[in-house]
Design a protein around this ligand. Structure first.
Ligand SMILES: [Zn+2]
Length: 501
């Protein structure tokens, strides 16, 4: 049965509704997390599943010689799991996930703080702002991307980022830091509006480089450091790409927000873990998790020094289902395979930009040798070249993905049973997954009997309780959403770039 028919038959509908009801009754039965806080920090890992965490945890211990801040958090703090499904799919994307966190209700994939019938929802940071809180968002995606935007504004189209740049100006947060110059730059915007000038006129310091960020003493900041998303950590670190790290952006945001007399709310998003997972790029995923970990450390230190702050961490969904697989006798070569990740010095994205549109197999083999530390066979190099020049993808273009990088990943996979020449990390897809994800809370005021498994909408309950806000957004049932979708000529089609969402 096709998915469409499943939905028609109401099979998926019933199952999703039952899951929600179950999660809600579980929440009603648990004591919950009791905490009041002046400041709130929401730390989002975009597209991170548990195997991603495991790989980063073991790399940190084995190669870097220290545990992750996130491992310490999980070992000592209050943590659990969250279900992430959207209103009409077990597999969410980032806007529906952000909406669940920020509005407390499930929505259809694709819009920001809005139901599919056009009913707007009020997101958590808008409620906090009404209370007088300062607001900040820090992300490695475009600053106008779904996960931060869903906490601030309402828009039926998550990809309307030029418009979202205008909505942000109207919203008036204290700090906006991330990528996305193209949505602010008059030379690139379709309407030629100079959003930099518009922000400056409203008192924002506008910065576009790390040096400008560090030199600025403006109390309100718009910082956009790249045309699109902020380049990957692996490229920043090893290829000299000059952008601030997530930790550096977070360090710039915190004092500006903390200076506010009525407290603040901040979202920090490690956005590109998701993108690297879409591309099946193991070392790139790893380094973005390590960069997130440095930012988490900054945030946890702030919470330790400012105990009236609540920190919530979470991942919005899994992506790609990577895993470290057992290799060799007693699986002991798996650990050695992890060591090989340190030979990788660039992302597939960086390599593709170097290669251009017509790379030769020889040029590809050379780049894999120098930047990924692997020797490709002529056949593998040929297959990688064909992915770029002819858009023929391995092992297939349905389940795995529709980008050359997925083939790059495939041709450099571990193929030998008893000798490790790759990190034996395998991928099942280049798409999002349905896994329950990370959830945790941190702060001196946190006390709870049990967290266990929550629904992602519980984050809204937690945040409103912590801030002393009483608010309920309108709930839509899955059946109602499916009725609306049926009346459309077609369901909203996700933009091609949603594959990277
Ligand atoms: Zn994604």
């Amino acid at each position: 049965m096709k998915r469409r028919d499943l939905l028609k038959a109401g099979v998926a509908a019933g199952a999703l509704a039952a899951l929600s009801a179950q999660a809600q009754s579980a929440q009603a039965n648990q004591p919950g997390i009791l905490v009041r806080a002046r400041n709130l920090i929401f730390f989002a890992y975009d597209g991170m599943g548990w195997e991603d965490y495991a790989i980063a945890q073991f790399y940190a211990r084995r190669v870097l010689g220290r545990p992750l801040a996130l491992e310490r958090f999980l070992a000592t703090g209050v943590s659990g799991l969250q279900n992430t499904h959207s209103l009409t799919s077990f597999v969410t994307e980032s806007s529906a996930a952000s909406n669940a966190w920020s509005t407390g209700v499930k929505t259809v994939n694709g819009g920001l703080a809005i139901h599919i019938d056009g009913r707007p929802l009020t997101p958590i940071f808008a409620l906090a702002k009404q209370q007088g809180k300062a607001v900040g968002v820090v992300t490695t995606a475009t600053v106008t991307h779904a996960t931060p935007a869903g906490f601030l504004v309402t828009n039926p189209d998550r990809n309307a980022e030029e418009q979202i740049a205008e909505q942000y100006l109207e919203f008036g947060a204290q700090v906006y830091l991330g990528g996305g110059q193209r949505f602010f730059d008059p030379a690139v915007r379709r309407d030629k509006k100079d959003m930099y000038a518009a922000y400056a006129a409203k008192g924002y310091g506008v910065v576009r480089t790390l040096a400008e960020l560090q030199a600025s003493n403006a109390s309100k900041l718009l910082g956009v450091f790249s045309s699109s998303h902020v380049p990957y950590e692996i490229d920043r670190r090893f290829q000299g790409v000059a952008v601030p790290s997530l930790a550096e952006m977070t360090r710039a945001a915190l004092p500006r927000l903390a200076a506010h007399s009525k407290g603040f709310v901040l979202q920090v998003e490690a956005a590109r873990i998701d993108h690297a997972n879409h591309l099946n790029d193991a070392a790139t995923t790893l380094w973005d998790i390590l960069a997130a970990d440095e930012a988490l450390e900054v945030v946890m230190n702030f919470v330790d020094q400012n105990p009236d702050t609540l920190l919530i961490i979470g991942s919005d969904h899994g992506c790609g289902a990577p895993a470290l697989y057992g290799t060799g006798p007693s699986y002991r070569l798996s650990s050695e395979g992890i060591d090989l990740l340190k030979n990788e010095k660039a992302s597939f994205e960086f390599m593709q930009a170097r290669l251009g549109n017509q790379p030769t197999p020889e040029a590809i083999a050379e780049l894999f040798r120098t930047l990924k530390g692997v020797a490709l066979t002529p056949e593998q190099a040929q297959a990688a070249a064909a992915a770029v020049t002819q858009r023929t993808y391995l092992p297939d273009a349905v389940r795995y993905g529709i980008q050359p990088a997925n083939t790059f990943s495939w041709v450099m996979r571990q193929t030998e049973a008893n000798r490790v020449n790759r990190a034996n990390i395998g991928w099942n897809s280049g798409q999002h997954t349905a896994t329950p994800t990370l959830f945790g809370v941190y702060g001196r005021g946190v006390h709870t009997a049990r967290v266990g498994l929550i629904d992602n909408t519980y984050n809204f309950t937690l945040m409103t309780r912590a801030l002393g806000i009483r608010f309920q957004n309108p709930v839509m049932s899955e059946q109602e959403a499916l009725e609306v979708l049926k009346t459309r000529a077609q369901a909203p089609i996700l933009h091609p770039e949603d594959v990277l969402a």
